[in-house]
Design a protein around this ligand. Structure first.
Ligand code: C2E
Ligand code: MG
Ligand code: MG
Length: 585
C-alpha cells in the first residue's frame, strides 16, 4: 500500500517535472518575456528573456511596479497606466497593449504587453507575457508609408493628398486663417520624352522634377504626385491669394533650367492651373477648378500658369457638349468631305488639277466647326479611327467616280491621324477599301504629320513601308512646324513634302521665312521628294515658288476646298477649257 502510494507520488512528481520542462521549453520557443506582479506586496518578477530583450539581466530591473513604470516611454506612460487600470477595474478581460520600453543602450523597443489578473488564495496577481514587435511594427510602418506615398518620387500620393486637403480646409475655417491655394502641375510633352528616350529616362525626369518642385515649397506647403506626370502643390498660409501666382511663376522658371543627364541636357516645361482653396469648400471642386485652369493653360500654348475663373467652367461645358454630339456625328452622317484642288503651277490657269486633298467638314447646330477645333477631340476619344476609315472610303469612291468620268490621272490626298497607323490591321483595311472602291493605289496619297514621325512606334514604320510597297504615296504634311529631325526624312518612306502655309504666308515680309521656304524646297529636291506648297493666296507667291522650282500648289488663290459636286463642275470646266485650248491650236 505504502509502496503503491510512493510510486504514485513519484509518478506525479515526474509528470510535474515533465510539465515544467515543457513549459520552460515552450516559453523559450515563444521567445516572449514573462512577468508576474504581486499587487498586494508590490513585487515584480521578470523572466530572463523579458530583461534580455532590453539588453539587461533580471536583477538590473527594479522588482516593483515603479521600477517597470520608470522604463516606459514618457509619451506612452499615460496610456500604459490606463490600460492596466481598466483591466484591474474589470473593464477588459485581458490586457493587450503596445508601448515603448527603455533598453540599456538608451534606445526604445516597441513591445506588446499581454496580461491577466488572477486571485490565488486571496492574493491578487497580474501576470503575462511581453513580446518584441519592433520588426512587425517596422514592416507595418513601411506598408503604411507605401500606402501614403508614391514609390518613384517619395512624394505623398493621391490618398494622402485628400487627407492634407481636408486638414487645410479645416484650418481655413478658423478665424483669422490666411489664404491657401492649390496648384495643378502637368508636364508638357512628357509622352514624347517617354517615347523617345525610354521609360527609365522618363522616370528619372519625374524624380528630378519632383525635387525641383520640392525646392519651391516653404514649410507647411505640400507636394503630391497625382499620377503620371501630374503633381499637386498645396500652398498654405499665404499672405494674399496673389502670392500663389508668384510661386507658380517660380515653379515654371525652376523647371525651365536644363536637366543634365550625363552628356545630354534636356529642357522640360510644365503648365499650371491654380485655384484658391475656400474655407469649407468641397475638395473635389478645388481639384476640378485647378484642372480646368490647367486645361486653359495648355490650350493657351503650354509652359504657363492660369488662375481659375468662372468663365472657364462655361467653356469646358461647351466643349463637353460639343464632344458628346461629335461622338454621334459619324452615325448620324453629319460629316462631309470637301476637296481642295492641287495644281501644276507651270500649266495655264485653265488646266485641270493634278490632285485633290480631301478635308473633313462637320456642321454643329447648323454652323460649320473648324477641323482644328473638332479633330483633336476625335483624336482624344479615339473616334478618329472609324471617322478616318469613313474619310478614306468616301474619298476613294469619289475619286474613282472622277476617274470614270475621264479624269484618269487625278490623285487624291487623305490626311491621317497617328492613331490610325497604330491599328494593327490598318494596312489590310486600306487594301480592302482600295479594292472595294476600285481606286488604284498609285493614285492615293496619305498625308502624315511630323509629330507622327517623332512619336512613332515600331508599327507605324512597318505600316508605312507596307503602304509604300503597295504603291501608295506618303506625304509629310505641314513640314517645318514640328520638331522633326532631318534624319527622319531618310528613315521613312516619303514621296512628297507639303510646305506649311505659315512659311509661305510670311515669306515676302520675313527673310527668315523666305530662307526656310527655299531651304525646304532645295532639301526636298536633293532627297528626290516632290514639294506641294499649301495656302497660296497671292500671285507673287506663285512666282517665288516657280523660281525655286516648286511646281505644285494649292490655296485660296486657285480654289477653296469645295464639296464634291462643285469640284466635279470645276474639273469638267477645266476639261472643257483644255479641250477648247486644244481646238485653238
Ligand atoms: P492640312 O492637311 O494642312 O490642310 C490644309 C488646310 O489649309 C485646310 O484647312 C485648308 O482649308 C487650309 N487652306 C487651304 N488653302 C488655304 C489658303 O490659301 N489659306 C489658308 N489660310 N488656309 C488654306 P482645314 O480644312 O481647316 O483643315 C485643317 C487641318 O485639319 C488639316 O490641315 C488637317 O491636318 C486636318 N484634317 C482635315 N481633314 C482631316 C481628316 O480627314 N483626317 C485627319 N486626320 N485630319 C484632317
Ligand atoms: Mg493635309
Ligand atoms: Mg497641311
Amino acid at each position: 500500500m505504502t509502496l503503491a502510494a510512493e510510486a504514485y507520488i513519484a509518478g506525479k512528481h515526474r509528470a510535474l517535472e515533465a510539465s515544467e520542462t515543457r513549459f520552460a521549453h515552450a516559453l523559450r520557443g515563444a521567445n516572449d518575456g514573462i512577468w508576474d506582479w504581486d499587487l498586494d506586496n508590490d513585487e515584480l518578477y521578470v523572466s530572463d528573456r523579458w530583461a534580455n530583450m532590453l539588453g539587461r539581466t533580471p536583477d538590473q530591473v527594479e522588482p516593483s511596479a515603479a521600477g517597470w513604470l520608470a522604463l516606459v516611454h514618457p509619451d506612452d506612460l499615460e496610456d500604459f497606466q490606463r490600460a492596466v487600470a481598466r483591466h484591474l477595474a474589470g473593464k477588459t478581460p485581458t490586457i493587450m497593449h503596445e508601448y515603448r520600453i527603455l533598453c540599456r543602450d538608451g534606445g526604445y523597443l516597441r513591445v506588446l504587453l499581454r496580461g491577466v489578473l488572477e486571485s490565488v488564495a486571496g492574493r491578487r496577481r497580474l501576470a503575462g507575457s511581453q513580446s518584441d514587435i519592433s520588426q512587425r511594427f517596422q514592416v507595418q510602418e513601411q506598408l503604411e508609408f507605401a500606402a501614403r506615398h508614391d514609390a518613384l518620387t517619395g512624394l505623398i500620393n493621391r490618398a494622402q493628398l485628400n487627407q492634407v486637403l481636408q486638414e487645410t480646409a479645416q484650418r481655413m475655417m478658423r478665424e483669422g486663417a490666411r489664404s491657401a491655394a492649390l496648384l495643378f502641375i502637368d508636364l508638357d510633352r512628357f509622352k514624347l520624352i517617354n517615347d523617345s528616350l525610354g521609360h527609365a529616362a522618363g522616370d528619372r525626369v519625374l524624380v528630378h522634377v519632383a525635387r525641383r518642385l520640392q525646392a519651391c515649397l516653404r514649410p507647411g506647403d505640400h507636394l503630391a504626385r497625382f499620377g503620371g506626370d501630374e503633381f499637386i502643390m498645396i500652398l498654405d498660409d499665404l499672405a494674399c491669394p496673389e502670392d500663389a501666382e508668384v510661386v507658380a511663376a517660380r515653379v515654371l522658371s525652376r523647371l525651365r533650367e536644363p536637366l543634365q543627364f550625363g552628356e545630354r541636357s534636356l529642357v522640360v516645361s510644365a503648365s499650371i492651373g491654380l485655384t484658391p482653396l475656400r474655407a469649407g469648400g468641397a475638395l473635389d471642386d478645388a481639384l476640378q477648378a485647378a484642372d480646368m485652369a490647367l486645361y486653359s493653360a495648355k490650350e493657351a500654348g503650354k509652359a504657363r500658369y492660369k488662375s481659375y475663373t468662372d468663365d472657364m467652367q462655361i467653356r469646358v461645358r461647351q466643349r463637353l457638349r460639343l464632344e458628346s454630339t461629335l461622338l454621334q456625328a459619324l452615325e448620324q452622317r453629319q460629316f462631309e468631305l470637301h476637296y481642295q484642288p492641287v495644281f501644276d503651277m507651270r500649266l495655264p490657269s485653265s488646266a485641270a488639277p493634278v490632285a485633290v486633298e480631301a478635308l473633313l467638314r462637320w456642321r454643329h447646330e447648323g454652323k460649320p466647326v473648324a477641323p482644328v477645333d473638332f479633330i483633336p477631340i476625335l483624336e482624344e476619344s479615339g473616334e478618329i479611327v472609324p471617322v478616318g476609315y469613313w474619310v478614306l472610303e468616301t474619298a476613294c469612291s469619289q475619286t474613282a467616280v472622277w476617274h470614270a468620268q475621264g479624269h484618269t490621272d487625278l490623285l487624291c490626298s487623305v490626311n491621317l491621324s497617328g492613331l490610325q497607323l497604330l491599328e494593327s490591321d490598318f494596312v489590310e483595311r486600306v487594301r480592302a477599301i482600295l479594292q472595294r472602291t476600285g481606286m488604284p493605289p498609285e493614285q492615293l496619297v496619305l498625308e502624315i504629320t511630323e509629330s507622327l514621325l517623332i512619336d512613332h512606334s515600331g508599327n507605324t514604320l512597318v505600316a508605312l513601308r507596307e503602304l509604300a510597297t503597295m504603291g501608295i504615296q506618303i506625304a509629310l504634311d505641314d513640314f517645318g512646324t514640328g520638331y522633326c529631325s532631318l534624319g527622319y526624312l531618310n528613315r521613312f518612306p516619303l514621296h512628297i513634302i507639303k510646305l506649311d502655309r505659315g512659311f509661305l504666308h510670311d515669306a515676302h515680309a520675313s527673310d527668315a521665312h523666305m530662307t526656310i521656304c527655299k531651304a525646304i524646297i532645295g532639301l526636298s529636291a536633293g532627297l528626290k521628294l516632290k514639294v506641294i506648297a499649301e495656302g497660296i493666296e497671292r500671285l507673287e507667291q506663285v512666282d517665288l515658288l516657280l523660281q525655286e522650282q516648286c511646281h505644285y500648289g494649292q490655296g485660296y488663290l486657285f480654289s477653296r476646298p469645295l464639296p464634291a459636286e462643285a469640284l466635279t463642275a470645276l474639273i469638267e470646266h477645266t476639261k472643257i477649257a483644255q479641250g477648247a485650248r486644244h481646238e485653238d491650236q
